[in-house]
Design a protein around this ligand. Structure first.
Ligand SMILES: Nc1nc2c(c(=O)[nH]1)N[C@H]1C(S)=C(S)[C@@H](COP(=O)(O)O)O[C@H]1N2
Ligand SMILES: [Mo]
Length: 532
């Protein structure tokens, strides 16, 4: 095998990997499975192929770039924030069919996502929209919908697409996209769905206490790993009925995605599963081909993806090509070894997969989107605050409370100031709060869903080793400047007259802030020391 090894790069250094493997035999060893399914290498069905990939990865083990350390130090102020050298190298060393996938995936990011996306990790691509773009409306425009990938982006020709459905069904089937879209076979449905990555707001957990530095970077998401779209597709329930229904011992329905996933030097296709009872609910698990009236973008799973309402985003498998009805949860590492919720004393010293529970339904959560953390807010005695609130499991948001004093006095959002209710989608909200106090204040929000569930009080309350589901009351610090106060209004005028500005607040005032006459007058009236 031909090998070039460059110098070892700094973890976040923005250079392309110099690790390559030009062994021509690898084209045949890891072929693309089907014509017009670019980037799809089948692993599950070929144990020998998986072993060969493992042997190559093991041979390169010590040459891969280390996983970047970003939890114990400040995040780089770059965009992309983090660079996925190691995962690019995994693809590079497996040869010709995989080596260009990172570059091609990045080109798709440029094509399908807005130029101002925050690229949290360049490969596998993880990106969230700027806060104002998320708040534009109930529906997130496709180009601003967050993306969470575990591997490259396959590009699959619609006409060549087929979906296999097997396992514990009475009549296994292979369906084309045309079959699925045929209203004589399946009645199409449209559902408004919020997808939320269970890593949303993870940065707050990291800031509190750093946790697991997973091989596939546990992205340091802000409040934007959530988005809402109207998906068109068919209900999996009906498709399984078309397959003669499930056998009695069916328990979990597994979805396989065409992308390649790596874990501990092994290769897989992305695989997750959901419980039978979820699939049997009406229109809660969809096979979707359209997102907001447009064909599903490649980056969001074209031509077909699962949309599992009310569950963590991870179950909504993109580029789905195989559905297996099983008598137990999927053996895929994403299902069994990740997306686990651990207790507070679990960590590197003692963690075992069986200790955590598998995260499925998302709990109620919310976020303040404007103002933003550490913003200096100049106001006239009231401020407008906006954000989102969401609950999973088919529950919806009933109430949103906002506090400007860290959570003692709460003000309730008016129904007119919240977007409409949906079983499976968030509500955007806004509120105008009376605000007398100045200086540093802690704003926070908590939402209630229709089951009266609300949010843990502090990040610390539910901190967990894998840094999932940061659902505590969202807290931000703002610097309040109340210009309806006479003294404050005067200072703002003085700043203007002196051609100076309030921000940054840390820059010292360079003019005399008080006349000697005024000072003397006041200290005469209120002497500095007692007289006796
Ligand atoms: N095949 C496949 N499906 C996948 C993933 C993936 O990496 N591969 N990521 C999952 C995760 S963790 C999330 S949060 C959602 C994100 O969906 P989006 O990228 O369309 O927003 O897709 C899920 N489906
Ligand atoms: Mo996710």
């Amino acid at each position: 095998m031909a090998t070039t090894v460059g110098r070892v790069k700094g973890p976040n250094e923005d250079v392309e990997s110099s690790l390559t493997n030009d062994d021509p035999a690898l084209v045949d060893a890891f072929p693309e499975e089907l014509p017009s399914w670019h980037g799809y290498i089948e692993w599950q069905n070929y144990p020998e192929r998986r072993k060969k990939a493992h042997d190559i990865l093991a041979a390169y083990k010590d040459k891969f770039t280390p996983i970047p350390e970003f939890q114990l130090k400040p995040l780089p102020e770059t965009n992309p924030i983090l660079v996925g050298h190691r995962w690019k190298e995994y693809h590079a060393v497996l040869g010709p069919t995989l080596k260009d996938i990172p570059a091609e995936s990045w080109a798709l990011v440029q094509k399908e996502k807005a130029a101002d996306m925050v690229h949290v990790l360049d490969f596998p691509y993880n990106g969230e929209p700027p806060r104002d773009k998320l708040m534009q409306g109930k529906i997130t425009p496709n180009k601003y919908h967050f993306v969470r990938n575990h591997g490259g982006i396959p590009t699959i020709d619609k006409a060549a697409f087929k979906l296999n459905i097997g396992g514990l069904v009475n009549k296994p089937q292979t369906l084309t996209l045309a079959d699925l879209q045929d209203p004589n076979k399946f009645e199409p449905v449209e559902v408004t769905v919020t997808l939320q990555c269970s890593g949303t707001r993870r940065i707050e957990q990291i800031h509190e206490y750093p946790g697991d530095g997973d091989e596939l970077i546990n992205a340091p998401w802000g409040e934007g790993a959530i988005g809402t779209a109207r998906y068109r597709g068919v209900s999996l329930k009906k498709v399984l009925k078309y397959c003669g229904g499930m056998k009695d011992n069916a328990r979990h329905i597994e979805f396989l995605g065409a992308d390649t996933y790596f874990k501990k030097l092994e290769v897989y296709n992305y695989a997750v599963s959901v419980p039978r009872r979820k699939v049997e609910a009406v229109d809660e698990v969809l096979l979707a081909w359209e997102m907001n009236g447009e064909p599903l973008p490649a980056i969001h799973g074209a031509p077909l993806r699962m949309v599992v309402t009310g569950f963590i985003g991870a179950r909504s498998c993109k580029w789905v090509y195989q559905i297996n009805v099983l008598d137990e949860p999927s053996h895929g590492p994403v299902q069994r070894k990740e997306y686990l919720y651990y207790g507070p004393q679990t960590g590197k010293q003692n963690v075992q997969f069986s200790n955590g529970f598998s995260i499925q339904e998302m709990p109620v959560s919310s976020a303040i989107m404007t103002p933003k953390d550490r913003e200096v807010v100049v106001h006239q005695g009231e401020i407008e605050i906006t954000g989102w609130a969401y609950s999973g499991g088919g529950r919806w948001i009933e109430r949103v409370d906002v506090s400007a004093d860290g959570g003692h006095i709460w003000y309730q959002c008016k129904p007119d100031d919240m977007t409409e209710k949906h079983y499976h989608a968030w509500r955007l909200w806004k509120i105008t709060l009376p605000l007398h106090a100045e200086g540093w204040l802690e704003l926070c929000v908590r939402a209630f869903d229709n089951a009266c569930n609300t949010q843990p009080t502090f990040v610390r309350s539910t901190w967990n080793w894998d840094l999932h589901v940061t659902s505590s009351a969202h807290r931000i610090k703002i610097y309040s400047v109340n210009a309806s106060h006479e003294d404050t209004a005067r200072r703002l005028r003085e700043l203007k007259e002196n051609g100076d500005s309030l921000e940054p607040i840390t820059r010292p005032l360079m003019f005399h802030i008080e006349s000697d006459e005024h000072y003397n007058e006041i200290v005469k009236k209120h002497p500095r020391e007692p007289e006796e």
